[in-house]
Design a protein around this ligand. Structure first.
Ligand code: ATP
Ligand code: MG
Length: 138
């Protein structure tokens, strides 16, 4: 099992001024930051990142949203990182997210849900490699 996951603070949470609050929750839950950057991805880059969802009805909306403003991308480290981070962020739909989760606190809707968290060790590695090279990890 890997001890790393990948996250993005999505454009809605950046616009709402919640970068600091979310990073505080991430650190408070025991995750160490391995790599981090603030950037604005293009629609084309969002389409590449979310390629696995290309057939879904929300693919256009999702990639439009993810390229609508700057994001924070990061690689995080902790024992059992993927599963523990999914627990910290809560359900995809904030209406179903548990109390105290990042999405319960900071997400407005299923489409604009404040944060991304990798769903497997394999995808955590693929997603981290999409944003960071070896010299950008510490
Ligand atoms: P993420 O991958 O961002 O961590 P997730 O793994 O909880 O979220 P996925 O099923 O991977 O959920 O969906 C990816 C993203 O697509 C969601 O976070 C959300 O922004 C968007 N999305 C998912 N389902 C819907 C939907 N029914 N309508 C609109 N957007 C959706
Ligand atoms: Mg997902």
């Amino acid at each position: 099992m890997s001890n790393r996951t990948f996250t993005m603070i999505k454009p809605d949470a950046v616009r709402a001024g919640n970068i600091g609050n979310i990073l505080q929750m991430i650190n408070g839950a025991g995750f160490r930051i391995v790599a981090m950057k603030y950037l604005h991805i293009s629609k084309q880059q969002a389409e590449k990142f979310y390629e696995v969802h290309a057939a879904r009805p929300f693919y256009g909306e999702l990639t439009e949203f993810m390229s609508s403003g700057p994001i924070v991308a990061a690689i995080l480290e902790k024992d059992n990182a993927v599963a523990d981070f999914r627990k910290l962020i809560g359900a995809t739909n904030p209406a179903q997210a548990e109390e105290g989760t990042i999405r319960k606190k900071y997400a407005a809707s299923i489409g604009e849900n404040a944060v991304h968290g990798s769903d497997s060790d394999e995808n955590a590695a693929i997603e981290g490699n999409f944003f960071f090279n070896g010299l950008e990890r510490f």
